[in-house]
Design a protein around this ligand. Structure first.
Ligand SMILES: Cc1ncc(COP(=O)(O)O)c(C=O)c1O
Length: 374
C-alpha cells in the first residue's frame, strides 16, 4: 500500500487498473471498437473528471453521462470531446444540451421534436442517439410499436437540424449466466434497425460491461461502466482489476473482558477476552451499514471481522489474537492490501446490494486519492 495521506479515511483509486479494465472491454468488442465509458454518477462515485483524465489516453469515442448537468460539469472541467446523455432529459434542459453540444438519447417523438426546435432556434444541429426499448421498460421508443413511431421518427431524424449519431438498446440481464434476455433483445433490436434503416454512419450500440464480453463484436458499440470501475460484470465473465480501495485509520485499540459490548444495540458481546480496533469510517462515508457483524477489513496482513453495528463515523473490527496493531495503522474495507483483497462484489453481497450501489454510495467525506499504481 502506498504511504497513506493525512486523512482519517480515504479511497485509493488506481488509474492504471481503470485503464487496464477499459482496454479489456475494447479488446472484447474489437477489431473496430466504438466504446463509450460511462462516467455518470460522478464516474460511478470515483470522480468523473478524474476518470476522464485517466482514460483519455485510450481516446474513447465519447463519454456517457445520465443528465445534462453531468455533461455540463464535464464541459466546465475542460472536456471538449463528444459527450452523450443517456437518460431521457426534461424539456427544460434541452436548450442547455444544445448550447453545450451534448448528444442526447431520445425516447419519444415529442422529445425529438422539442430538441429539433431547440436546435433550430440556436442555428445548431442536435446530436441524437435513438434509444429502443427492447425489454428494459424504463426508456426508449417501444420496439413493438415501431409501426406507430417508426416512419415519423425516420423523417425527423433526417431533418436539417439533426445529426443522427446513434441507435441503441440496453440489456436487462446480460450479467446473468445464461440469462434469456440478451439474444431476444438483440433480435428485437435488429428488427427495429432493419425497419428504420439508418444511414451507415449511425452507430449501433448495445453493450453494457457484461454484454461486451458475451457478444464481442456482435454488440456493435459498447457503453461499459461497472467493469471499468473494478466491479464484476457477471459471475462467469473475466474478473476486472480492482480500482478503488477504501481505507480507514485505526483510532483506538482496546482489550475487553468477556461480556463487553460494542455498537448501537450492543449486538456483539465478547464471549471471551477480545481485542477490538476502532476504524475511522462509518455509514456517513458510505460504508454500508448492513456490513455490521457481517463485513471484514484487512488489517496487519489479516482479514478480520467487523463486530457490532456500523456507526455514522466509526466501525469496530475484532482483532483478537493479532499483536502490534496501533492507532494510525491503516485498514482496508474494500480493495487490495498487498496480496489480500476484499472485492467490491464481496462487500456488495454481504451488504445485500450490488457493487454499483456501494461505489456510488461512497460519500464526499472520503478523499479520492488517484495513483498510477496497480
Ligand atoms: C444506458 C446504459 N448503458 C450502459 C450502462 C453501463 O452498464 P454497466 O455499468 O453494467 O457496464 C448503463 C448503466 O446502468 C446504462 O444505463
Amino acid at each position: 500500500m502506498r504511504p497513506p495521506p493525512d486523512s482519517r479515511a480515504w479511497i485509493d483509486v488506481s488509474a492504471t487498473a481503470l485503464r487496464a479494465n477499459l482496454r479489456q472491454v475494447v479488446e472484447a468488442v474489437g477489431p473496430d471498437p466504438w466504446v463509450v465509458p460511462m462516467v455518470k454518477a460522478d464516474g460511478y462515485g470515483l470522480g468523473a473528471l478524474d476518470v476522464v483524465r485517466a482514460l483519455q489516453p485510450l481516446a474513447p469515442a465519447a463519454w456517457g453521462v445520465a443528465s445534462v448537468d453531468e455533461g455540463i460539469a464535464l464541459r466546465d472541467g475542460g472536456v471538449v470531446g463528444p459527450i452523450i446523455v443517456f437518460s431521457p432529459t426534461p424539456r427544460q434542459t434541452l436548450r442547455a444540451a444544445v448550447e453545450f453540444d451534448l448528444a442526447l438519447a431520445v425516447s419519444d417523438l415529442d422529445a425529438l421534436e422539442a430538441l429539433i426546435r431547440a436546435a433550430e432556434r440556436r442555428g445548431r444541429r442536435a446530436r441524437v442517439h435513438v434509444e429502443v426499448d427492447t425489454g428494459m421498460g424504463r426508456a426508449g421508443f417501444p420496439a413493438e410499436a415501431i409501426d406507430v413511431w417508426g416512419s415519423r421518427a425516420g423523417a425527423l431524424l433526417r431533418a436539417e437540424a439533426v445529426r443522427w449519431e446513434g441507435l441503441y438498446t440496453h440489456f436487462h440481464s446480460a450479467d446473468e449466466v445464461g440469462g434469456p434476455g440478451v439474444d431476444d433483445q438483440l433480435a428485437t433490436f435488429g428488427a427495429v434497425v432493419e425497419a428504420l434503416d439508418p444511414p451507415p454512419d449511425v452507430r449501433l450500440h448495445t453493450a453494457n460491461s457484461a454484454a461486451a464480453f458475451r457478444l464481442g463484436g456482435d454488440a456493435g458499440g459498447a457503453r461499459p461502466g461497472i467493469f471499468v470501475y473494478g466491479g464484476g460484470a457477471g459471475r462467469d465473465l473475466p474478473a476486472p482489476r480492482p480500482v478503488a480501495s477504501v481505507r480507514a485509520r485505526v483510532v483506538r485499540v482496546v482489550d475487553v473482558e468477556p461480556g463487553a459490548t460494542v455498537g448501537y444495540g450492543a449486538t456483539h458481546r465478547a464471549e471471551r477476552e477480545e481485542r477490538w480496533a476502532t476504524l475511522a469510517i462509518g455509514y456517513g462515508d458510505g460504508l454500508p451499514r448492513a456490513l455490521g457483524n457481517r463485513g471484514h477489513a484487512l488489517l496487519a496482513g489479516r482479514k478480520v471481522p467487523l463486530v457490532g453495528r456500523i456507526s455514522m463515523d466509526l466501525t469496530v473490527a475484532n482483532i483478537s489474537g493479532i499483536d502490534g496493531v496501533q492507532p494510525g495503522n491503516v485498514a482496508t474495507l474494500v480493495g487490495r492490501d498487498g496480496v489480500d483483497e476484499i472485492t467490491i462484489d464481496e462487500v456488495a453481497a454481504q451488504a445485500g446490494t450490488i457493487s454499483y450501489e456501494v461505489l456510488t454510495g461512497l460519500t464526499t467525506r472520503l478523499p479520492r486519492i488517484w495513483t498510477e499504481l496497480d
